[in-house]
Design a protein around this ligand. Sequence first.
Ligand SMILES: Nc1ncnc2c1ncn2[C@@H]1O[C@H](COP(=O)(O)OP(=O)(O)OP(=O)(O)O)[C@@H](O)[C@H]1O
Ligand SMILES: [Zn+2]
Ligand SMILES: [Zn+2]
Length: 858
Amino acid sequence: MQYDIPWEDLSPIARLVAEPGGGYDAIGETPGTNPELQGPWIEVLVDSPASETPLDEEPLKLFTYRVPPELTVQPGDILSVPFGSQQLGAIAIRFTDQLAAHLSLDQIKDIEDVVVSGFFARNYWQLLERVADYYYTPLVRVIRAAMPPGLFARSQHRIRLSEQVPAGGKEFLKTISAQKILELLQSSGTGDYTLQYIRSKVKPGANSGLRELKKRGWVESYYEAGSRPAPKLQQAVTLITSSFPPDLSKRQREVLQVLRRRGGELWMAELLKICQTSSGVVKKLAEKGCVEIYDREALRSPGQPTQTPDSPKVLNSYQQQALDAINQIDGYARVLLHGVTGSGKTEVYLQAIAPILAQGKSAIVLVPEIGLTPQLCDRFQARFGDKVVVYHSALSQGERYDTWRQMLTDTPQIAIGTRSAIFAPLPNLGLIILDEEYDDSYKQDQPAPTYHARTVAQWRAELSNCPLILGSATPSLETWVEIALNPTEGDRTHYLRLPERIESRPMPPVEVVDMRQELRKGNRSLFSESLQQELSTLRETGRQGILFIHRRGHSTFVSCRSCGYVMECPHCDVSLSYHQFQEGGTEFLRCHYCSYTSRPPERCPDCDSPYFRRFGSGTQRVMQELAREFPQLRVIRFDSDTTRTKDAHRILLSQFASGEADILLGTQMLTKGLDLPQVTLVGVVAADGLLNLADFRASERAFQMLTQVAGRAGRGDEPGRAILQTYSPEHPVIQAVRNQEYNSFIQQELEHREALSYPPYGRLILLRISGRDDWTVEDTAVELGQVLGGPDAYLTRGYELLGPAPAPILRVADRYRWQILLKFLPNIRVELPMLEELRSRCPRDISLAIDVDPLNLN
Ligand SMILES: Nc1ncnc2c1ncn2[C@@H]1O[C@H](COP(=O)(O)OP(=O)(O)OP(=O)(O)O)[C@@H](O)[C@H]1O
Ligand SMILES: [Zn+2]
Ligand SMILES: [Zn+2]
């Protein structure tokens, strides 16, 4: 990023603020210097529950060890260290030549052994350090974020005999425990046991015995990756006939048709769910020779049975030009692939990856949310088969660990995942791709490190000397300014356009409907005449539609029609939202901030009026209205209530894709990457909720979301159209979406941002102060404001201090929240806050979190 403070400049300061001096219980501890005590010491992260503190505020502990002269240690090595009465696994973090003042030399123990050296590539460590520095986070926290949970627990520390043991070696050994261990190992067929087993057999003195054996070089220790759980087998059903026999029942025929539409193979469980039928029906089909039921190894990825293999498509000329440009890149560069919706970006990614794999290198592909993009994973799996590994935090611990281990190998592979996959430990990286690079889910709000995967991806590409491709139909302003408008970096930035849809299909025209006019015309429905018209012909023309509702938590609140009383969360300053998972199901109210749940009252708690009801146009309300006005339409509801269960996204989407419904009705989740050729109609029921958010990014977000959702229409042979209903048709965002004018909209937005020095022209750091007592929180916030330079901050430190001020939502889960925003020009050197000092000013029950480049200012 051209606006970053140069890394070299930032590093020493950040190092001071980001790490506890010398580790230990180190808040506010100053490292003491004693010139006689120079290194070689190394700080390690020990695999013990004590080194894991759940609270964000407390630094994880590092422990210092001496490196004995006979060992060579590098950061990233896996070690074995004495810890209390145990020998534990540890990762070497960094060298230090200073001991914390309270440590004396005789407290420092020697590292016992290097178990695996060079576990991580050097540039991988540099990446982690850079994240730690930039995001003011202790390095150990970054490591925790990057590694799979339970890393050591799943590996085994093992001991094996070396070949040098002389015959009768036992006689030479001094300690009884060493003799016992030798005996034990020699008695086993392989001369190899886990450390744990040896300890359990040789009770007192196992450690000293081992030490003696190691000194003689008779045993060595090593780590073995935890064994992969046995492959999980699942029943799959595959279609084995193309002509259906005439004697089929309607049900049986349906099952076969569903199978055929889904590429001929499905998991049994999924098939039964889609067809709402029993396994008896499928077994009958097997008897008739139409399908075969068999056990398949379940993939570790959420991908379903292997996709029917597919081969590269013939590119159109824009795609070809883009691919050529990408293929010519040698080393590090950033590419913005700006392609309108449906222009075939994915195909470009696929064809850019193929040569990388052929060179024996690997690629990382980041997507906003795995659950929402099953299609993209499928396409990669169809093209590259088992070279694709899927990595994200929704995997079980075991799955994550397995995947992570597989990524450490040299085999060329493609890691697809959500933001944390940017830390995929692929040793030989040749390409990084971020699809829908503008998406907010690439930013981690909490806990620390509050990283943005796009920023980390850039560093990673630099350190790996490989290209980074950022793909989008609606690039973020940050990326736009840095790549599209920035010719200065020469051939290190490339701006590539795909201005047309595949096969020159037209973009769907966007019709803006003024809902005030509709009211005047006497139309009280949620749907304008225009939308009604389209909806009424959907069924007979066999086409499909998507209805989009922007629903934030508070838009389906419950209130009293007599006195206006609104049901609020007792623990947060927000209203409760109304939920009902299915028609006729239990109704309940939930707080979206703290998950407090209650039943809706029959009468107003304030004035006892019986006219107590819910407001807002949530998906349920639209669902009911659709059923009333268009009973013939079959609707699938796709929102956070209906997609709770594992795989629900995939199942609902494939039901829709195979024509089992006419309408897909949903929220934000619908906007991303859906590629369904039969969809000709997109309706935005009410765009207004998006436009009126009090955030400087609101317009950008609204533009991106509306453009993306409109872009779901007309992706097949039939042209599509989008209808955008709003009460403020003159709003610049609505105008820009209608005219599909990305460039002029961006230009306008950039002018606003520049005038106020907001990103991408300025940088922000947000400090959040929270606690249970409102006065203490306020006092602390005010004090921190002073420490940070108060009103003079701009003159003395180079940043503007906004606040301290109460957060827009003052109370969440009974914690009061204040915030301080630092704003500064990226190319100016600022004196950044000293985290250690700030923390030392916070009373124990107050927590301080730092969000660098925050996206969410609530
Ligand atoms: N060269 C090609 N020839 C034929 N079909 C293609 C070609 N390239 C892509 N397609 C098809 O065009 C459709 C749209 O492509 P894709 O989903 O990659 O678009 P996109 O640019 O990622 O869109 P969005 O940003 O809206 O998600 C897909 O069904 C894809 O298989
Ligand atoms: Zn009331
Ligand atoms: Zn709450």
